[in-house]
Ligand binder design. Structure first.
Ligand code: MG
Length: 302
C-alpha cells in the first residue's frame, strides 16, 4: 500500500514538474490556442457529466443621439444614407464623369454656368476648347454663377505642355473657394519657387505635404474638401478647413487656414475679411494659358 501511495505522489510530482517546464520553456512563446466561446462549449464536469447551464449575461443596449433621432447601436430601423451612383475617374486621355448627386459646373462643352468677373454681362471671356476651358491673358478671373459654402470640389487642370517662364511665371493659375481662398495651380514639375506658393499650396499659408505634380501638359486632379468660415461681430469665429488630394495623393491634411490668401506684397498676406455664407468658385487668370475640365461640386452641411 505504501509503495502504491509513493508511486502516485511521484507521478503527481512528475506531472507538475512537466507542466512548469512547459510554461517556462521554448514553448512558452507559442501562440495560445483560441478559446472556445463559452456558449459553444459543452459544460461538463471532470467526470464528463453535464453541469447546470450558466446564467445568461444581460444584453447590453447602447443608444446614440443623432440628427435623425435616437437609435440603438446596429439598429435596423435607423435611416440609411442616400444612394449615389459614382462617376468614372479620368484617365490620361479620357475625361471622367461626376457622381449622380454632384452639381456639374463644366463637363466639356458648356460654359454657361460661368461668367467673367470683370464684366459678368459680357460674353464668356476664356476659350472653350475641345473638352476644356482655357485662361486668356488679361481676360481676368472667371467665376461660377452658382455660389457655394462648404463643399467637395473636383477639378482637373493642365499647365502648358510647352514650358515657358519660371517660378511663379510658369503655368500659374489658381482655384479660389468663395472667390477668396486660393488653392494654387502652378507648373511645379522641376520648377523651383517659394514653398508656400508652389502647386497645391494654400497660397502663402500652407505648403503641400508633397510635390505630386505631373509633367507639363498632362491632366491633373484636385479633390478638395472645404469647410467655410463663419464670422461673428466682424471677426472670424470658425476658420476655414481644407483637405486636398492632388492626383489621388493627400497634400493638405485638414488644414486650418490662419487667414486670407490674397497677395498684398512679397512677404505679406491678408487677414480674414467677413463675407457671406456662400460664394462663387473662381479661377484665376495669371497671364499663363492653363486648361481646366471636369469641374463638379457637392454641397456639404457645415
Ligand atoms: Mg495662382
Amino acid at each position: 500500500m505504501k509503495m502504491v501511495r509513493t508511486a502516485i505522489l511521484s507521478l503527481g510530482f512528475i506531472v507538475l514538474l512537466s507542466s512548469m517546464t512547459s510554461c517556462a520553456g521554448p514553448n512558452a512563446a507559442k501562440k495560445p490556442e483560441a478559446k472556445v466561446p463559452e456558449a459553444a462549449s459543452t459544460p461538463s464536469t471532470s467526470s464528463g457529466q453535464a453541469s447546470a447551464p450558466q446564467a445568461k449575461k444581460p444584453e447590453i443596449i447602447q443608444w446614440v443621439e443623432t440628427e435623425t433621432g435616437k437609435w440603438m447601436v446596429h439598429d435596423t430601423n435607423r435611416p440609411l444614407p442616400p444612394v449615389v451612383t459614382p462617376g468614372e475617374a479620368s484617365c490620361y486621355d479620357k475625361v471622367g464623369t461626376a457622381p449622380s448627386d454632384a452639381i456639374v459646373l463644366f463637363d466639356g462643352n458648356d460654359a454657361s454656368k460661368w461668367e467673367g468677373v470683370k464684366n459678368p454681362k459680357a460674353a464668356f471671356p476664356w476659350t472653350v476648347g475641345e473638352g476644356y476651358l482655357e485662361t486668356v491673358k488679361d481676360a481676368g478671373f472667371i467665376r461660377s454663377k452658382q455660389k457655394f459654402g462648404s463643399c467637395q470640389l473636383h477639378i482637373e487642370f493642365a499647365t502648358p505642355e510647352k514650358v515657358m517662364g519660371s517660378s511663379q511665371g510658369r503655368g500659374n493659375s489658381g482655384i479660389f473657394l468663395m472667390e477668396t481662398y486660393e488653392v494654387q495651380v502652378l507648373d511645379s514639375y522641376n520648377n523651383r519657387t517659394y514653398a508656400d506658393g508652389q502647386c497645391g499650396a494654400l497660397y502663402g499659408r500652407n505648403v503641400p505635404l508633397v510635390n505630386v505634380c505631373r509633367k507639363p501638359g498632362e491632366w491633373q486632379t484636385y479633390d478638395v474638401l472645404f469647410h467655410r468660415p463663419t464670422f461673428k461681430d466682424g471677426k472670424v469665429d470658425r476658420k476655414v478647413r481644407f483637405t486636398i488630394f492632388q492626383n489621388g495623393v493627400l497634400i493638405q491634411d485638414n488644414v486650418e487656414l490662419q487667414g486670407g490668401t490674397n497677395w498684398i506684397g512679397q512677404h505679406a498676406l491678408t487677414d480674414y475679411v467677413p463675407h457671406g455664407d456662400k460664394g462663387s468658385l473662381s479661377l484665376q487668370d495669371h497671364g499663363n494659358p492653363v486648361k481646366f475640365r471636369n469641374i463638379w461640386v457637392r454641397e456639404l452641411k457645415d
